[in-house]
Ligand binder design. Structure first.
Ligand SMILES: NC(=O)c1ccc[n+]([C@@H]2O[C@H](COP(=O)([O-])OP(=O)(O)OC[C@H]3O[C@@H](n4cnc5c(N)ncnc54)[C@H](OP(=O)(O)O)[C@@H]3O)[C@@H](O)[C@H]2O)c1
Length: 331
């Protein structure tokens, strides 16, 4: 679908769970678009984000004239971002990638706009969207870390199946095999991604390394346990933090009540759940407990929205606000 008028030429690469939400978030947030292309492995007519598109094949020529390219294909050497982000950038597009291929590259800003929008300055055409579990934790953690310092983070996640894309939803709803190492229905699987030599899974390592990069704290202690649960959408997390100094509960609640992007659901007995967060763009925090410099809280966000699409569109909006788009991009 294309439309005339003022705005940017936008490509969404991938028509899966995240591609769908990217289209709907671009529309919901009123992103200025003159033409919207959806690209995937195969051409077809498909409903994406509630609209019917003639989906094109993701190939270098498809990025001709594109100002912003949001990548939401699969990861790895044969994935869309590795194969095609260079072609898009050569043609003048700014690429915002939802996958993990470039997140830890020193030349690539890894951004959660509420936390480190300033890191977008000096980008080289490619910006990485942070891991969904890490975003959910950092929206409440970063303002605490800024104000009081942070020494240690211990986090356990409760992650939805849509975090594994369409395959994960199929595994929960239709019993599809081969997606998870054990059945997910009526179960909890404490193994997300491959296990590294230190015993941590790739998801757990992402939470450690991406948090360090985004917060600018290369030695921050982060101990994560990532768990898949039979919830369709919405990642929840139990977070324990040791801050740099003793704090009062009021100090913590003041931050949680005013931090950008954060919705405070109540202190000790207020608790957001994935069902309420699903379909919403914010990050929710509750179950707050404070003892000395130790703070425990529970946070939840829609993994497809703030964990992916919303954050990606916010990055594009921030690039525009900071006048950091390529000269050819215009409104
Ligand atoms: N799901 C989440 O909560 C979440 C959160 C943050 C980040 N992410 C990341 O976002 C990306 C997309 O995830 P998803 O959940 O949307 O996956 P998904 O539902 O499995 O959809 C993947 C889509 O990517 C397309 N695709 C795959 N390889 C491609 C290629 N080489 N060129 C062009 N298109 C290609 C597929 O095309 P066809 O339809 O033609 O097969 C499909 O439409 C992944 O990198 C994932 O790690 C996901």
């Amino acid at each position: 679908m294309s439309e005339n008028g003022q705005g940017y030429v936008v490509a969404v690469v991938g028509a899966g769970m995240v591609g769908d939400r990217l289209v709907s978030e671009l529309r919901r947030r009123g992103f200025p678009i003159s033409e919207l292309r959806v690209l995937a492995r195969t051409a077809r007519t498909a409903e994406v984000g509630g609209e019917t598109f003639e989906v094109g094949v993701a190939e270098p020529e498809a990025f001709e004239g594109v100002d912003f390219a949001f990548f939401a294909g699969t990861e790895g050497e044969k994935g869309a971002a590795v194969q095609l982000s260079g072609a898009a950038i050569e043609r003048g597009a700014v690429v915002i990638d939802n996958g993990s291929d470039f997140r830890l590259d020193d030349n690539v800003p890894l951004v959660v706009p509420e936390v480190n929008a300033g890191d977008l300055a000096g980008h080289n055409g490619l910006i990485a969207n942070c891991n969904c579990s890490t975003i959910t934790m950092l929206v409440p953690l970063a303002p605490l870390a800024r104000k009081f310092g942070v020494e240690k983070v211990v986090v356990s996640t409760y992650q939805a199946v849509s975090g594994s894309g369409r395959d994960g939803v199929e595994a929960l709803e239709n019993g599809r095999e081969g997606v998870y190492p054990k059945p997910i229905d009526r179960n909890a699987i404490p193994l997300i991604g491959g296990v590294g030599p230190d015993g941590y899974t790739s998801e757990e390592t992402k939470m450690r390394l991406e948090s360090r990069k985004i917060l600018g704290l290369p030695d921050l202690e982060v101990y994560a346990t990532a768990v898949r649960i039979p919830v369709h959408t919405g990642h929840a997390e139990s977070v324990y933090v040791e801050l740099g100094r003793e704090v009062t509960k009021d100090e913590v609640l003041e931050i949680f009540s005013s931090a950008p992007g954060l919705v405070f659901s109540g202190d000790a007995d207020g608790f957001p759940t994935p069902l309420e967060a699903a379909g919403e763009p914010g990050t929710y925090v509750g179950r707050v407990r404070v003892e000395g410099n130790r703070v425990s809280f529970w946070c939840v966000a829609d993994n497809l929205l703030k964990g992916a699409a919303t954050n990606a569109v916010q990055i594009a909006e921030s690039l525009i606000e900071q006048a950091l788009v390529t000269p050819k991009a215009k409104v």
